[in-house]
Design a protein around this ligand. Sequence first.
Ligand SMILES: NC(=O)c1ccc[n+]([C@@H]2O[C@H](COP(=O)([O-])OP(=O)(O)OC[C@H]3O[C@@H](n4cnc5c(N)ncnc54)[C@H](O)[C@@H]3O)[C@@H](O)[C@H]2O)c1
Length: 436
Amino acid sequence: MLDAASFYDRLARKEAAISVTGLGYVGLPVALELARKFCVVGFDVKPERVEMLRRQEDPSAELEAAAFAGCDIQFTADAADLQKATFHIIAVPTPIDKHAQPELRPLLAASASVGRALKRGDVVVYESTVYPGCTEEDCVPILEQESGLKFGTDFTVGYSPERINPGDREHTLTRITKVVSGSDAATLELVSQVYGAIVEAGVYRASSIKVAEAAKIIENTQRDLNIALMNELAMIFGKLGINTYEVLAAAGTKWNFLKFVPGLVGGHCIGVDPYYLTYKARALGIDPAVIAAGRRINDGMPGYVAKKVVQRLIKMDKDLQHARILLLGATFKENVKDIRNSKVADLYQELAAYCVAVDIIDPHASPEEMHEEYGITLSPAPSGRYDAVILATPHKEYLAMPWAEIEALLQPTALVGDLKGAWKDRLPAGQAYWSL
Ligand SMILES: NC(=O)c1ccc[n+]([C@@H]2O[C@H](COP(=O)([O-])OP(=O)(O)OC[C@H]3O[C@@H](n4cnc5c(N)ncnc54)[C@H](O)[C@@H]3O)[C@@H](O)[C@H]2O)c1
């Protein structure tokens, strides 16, 4: 039986180390924060990321070099270094495959690496977002198989989901209540103490690992569904010829009206996590009709936006074969460099399918990554004038652009598209405009 107090003391006295596997958006902040109190081994499979981290550069561009100062951390691409740790955290990606099914390979590979390094008495805590049951049913068997140890007697596990929001400088790791769970009471106590040492907002002890897994996945599923509702409303109001934002402003005067807006749902979390839940629901024989409907609506939005823009261009007497459209922004949300699962890439393809020429620019996205991931070439800058300029990702740079600069990109008759209504209060009189 694990003795939480003495386990924690050994970590606090640095007689034992903590490992963090997967040093991305989630793993790196956790590893660095822990390394202010404990001795940490940070492991990532990508040697080039490890090289950058050793130079105190965050490959995800979320953290400044100052975040590395005063940290007791060894960055490594060698899984054998995991043996130095007794408390292991895993924060690797949990994407979906092309059939929108959970792609557990990174999680299972990371479990295998940690499993090979596991010693009697160790604890493994998962932070990756998964469906309820995944930690105990999918990951624990790999840990057992690779270590030759027995779960529950030789080692235990915990689950503590991450709730950070890329680009959000206010709700950072230490300022968000951390949900923690453990496979037994002593593990829960230890996991609470370790995270409690770094999270100022405190920890919330979930009653079981499955409860903690489910809590995380419904946070994002709820957001997804609320945005899907807004997208459906935007389609209805579009047909009615009324402005969605005007309706939301009026409805928002009621105390319990939730403040969601329509838009593209991309990225690594909100557009992905609900599929983990629908997968599990179906495995249990439940048809997750509501969640699936939300996903269908949100995944269909790039096609809807492209159709609306093209309809407006035709109404403006534009010849599609010669029309030029500029998309501003390519990342999945504003002020981040993450292009994973960006629905702007889908919008680009949908527009291109109408045979219009589309240029796309983004000061945050990497041209190499855009090309590798989507085969899309980012233009270094706009060129000439366009028949439509669409603010797809409202980065701060685009919000700060004087209107004269935007006007200089427009043909004498041109459409301004504005997916999130970010420019709606800046339009000159008579400007042709479309937003969700
Ligand atoms: N990005 C977010 O804002 C966010 C927020 C909450 C939860 N999450 C969840 O956290 C998890 C991690 O997401 P992320 O955004 O940090 O991903 P990420 O892609 O930014 O980072 C993952 C890191 O893991 C590394 N990796 C992949 N396979 C590995 C393996 N087998 N062994 C070691 N390293 C490996 C990658 O090289 C990468 O550096 C996911 O489950 C995600 O859903 C993400």
